[in-house]
Design a protein around this ligand. Structure first.
Ligand SMILES: Nc1ncnc2c1ncn2[C@@H]1O[C@H](COP(=O)(O)OP(=O)(O)OP(=O)(O)O)[C@@H](O)[C@H]1O
Length: 342
């Protein structure tokens, strides 16, 4: 295990009294995992991630990273431990008067790495993050995506075991976001780096995370492998986030229309995860049951581990026959949600 949080709380004293930004969190993160933490503004994500390198000290609880209990270290030991933990930020936090090379070299200078070795390492990092030819540029001459690549190279300079990403793509457009997320996956696979990211966008979780924790009011309301959480979201907050991906506005309109068009039938939402998304379920339904099946809307999305699909279908026929069909689908380990006429 790379990271272990137990009984973490952070209380801020404000003029309106104490605010518990993080209120009792236990979390375990394995080596090599990409772990996403999602929540709305104010849920406590920033406070939580900042406790992973002691930028914020917990009021209570223990933070263990790479075998060290950070809560118990003195300043000198903490500086050393922090070299194992890189961090990137929403607004990049680059040094504007330094070139790309000099920005990336900065943590190496602080760690006392000699000039020759430093230059070599900077070259490797520039190559790794795809910034070849831009070493002498200043941050102001770079696009947002390139600035974040500098941020990533700098965070990786001292070969950390863990990379913390604080809303690292929130300031970027969708296409640039995807290219940075691809880079993070690439680094995770090449270096076996453990990555923890916080975000308010389900798209980020879907695209690169192995596991996810959903935060609300300083607590984790649900966590687990992304595919499980997508297949069977439990907490209301999780359902809302999953809907960001599965139910765009058009779907809601289409369902409303479909319910009007089929007052007698039954509309169901099917959710497939992994290789089950490929199976010919609809054909089987039509062959085995005396029902009509109409596809209302379908969507298959790639997730980090496999694919994830939702399909809305209208089933028409005798109620008993429809019930049998739904039972049949459930036995196929496909999630079925019956959408009720109101
Ligand atoms: N230094 C501070 N002093 C007082 N209150 C704080 C401080 N930092 C955070 N808080 C409060 O703690 C709660 C959680 O804030 P936090 O920034 O961790 O949430 P978040 O999920 O990261 O949201 P955002 O994305 O808006 O930053 C909020 O109510 C916030 O006002």
């Amino acid at each position: 295990m790379m990271i272990s949080l137990s009984g973490i709380r952070k209380v801020f004293q404000t003029k309106d009294g104490p605010v518990a930004a993080v209120n009792g969190i236990d979390l375990k993160i394995d080596e090599g995992e990409i772990y996403g933490i999602i929540g709305y503004s104010g849920a406590g994500k920033s406070t939580l991630i900042r406790m992973l390198n002691m930028l914020e000290r917990p009021t209570e609880g223990d933070v263990e990273v790479a075998g060290k209990n950070l809560s118990k270290l003195n300043q000198k030991e903490l500086r050393k431990a922090r070299q194992e933990i890189g961090m990137i930020f929403q607004h990049f936090n680059l040094l504007w008067s330094r070139t790309v090379r000099e920005n990336i070299a900065f943590p190496l200078e602080i760690a006392g790495v000699k000039k020759v070795e430093r230059d070599k390492r900077v070259n490797e990092l520039i190559e790794l993050v795809g910034l070849k030819g831009r070493g002498e540029s200043y941050p102001s001459q770079l696009s947002g995506g390139q600035k974040q690549r500098v941020g990533i190279a700098r965070a990786l300079a001292n070969n950390p075991k863990v990379l913390l990403c604080d809303e690292a793509t929130s300031a970027l457009d969708p296409k640039t976001t995807d290219s940075i997320l691809d880079l993070l996956v690439d680094i995770n696979e090449k270096l076996g780096l453990t990555i923890i990211l916080i975000t308010h966008e389900m798209h980020v979780i879907r695209k690169i995370c192995h596991k996810v924790a959903v935060m609300e009011a300083g607590q984790v309301v649900e966590n687990g492998p992304v595919r499980e959480v997508f297949r069977k979201p439990k907490a209301n907050m999780t359902k809302e986030f999953v809907k960001q991906i599965t139910e765009p506005e058009e779907t809601v309109d289409a369902i409303t229309q479909m319910l009007e068009d089929h007052p007698e039938g039954q509309i169901v939402q099917l959710t497939f995860v992994g290789e089950k998304a490929e199976r010919p379920l609809i054909t089987q339904l039509i062959r085995q049951f005396d029902i009509e099946v109409n596809i209302v809307q379908g969507k298959i999305t790639k997730i980090q581990e496999g694919s994830y699909g939702t399909l809305f279908v209208a089933l028409n026929g005798e109620p008993s026959e429809i019930d049998k069909a739904i039972t049949f689908i459930r036995n196929k380990e496909v999630e079925v949600e019956v959408i009720v006429h109101d």
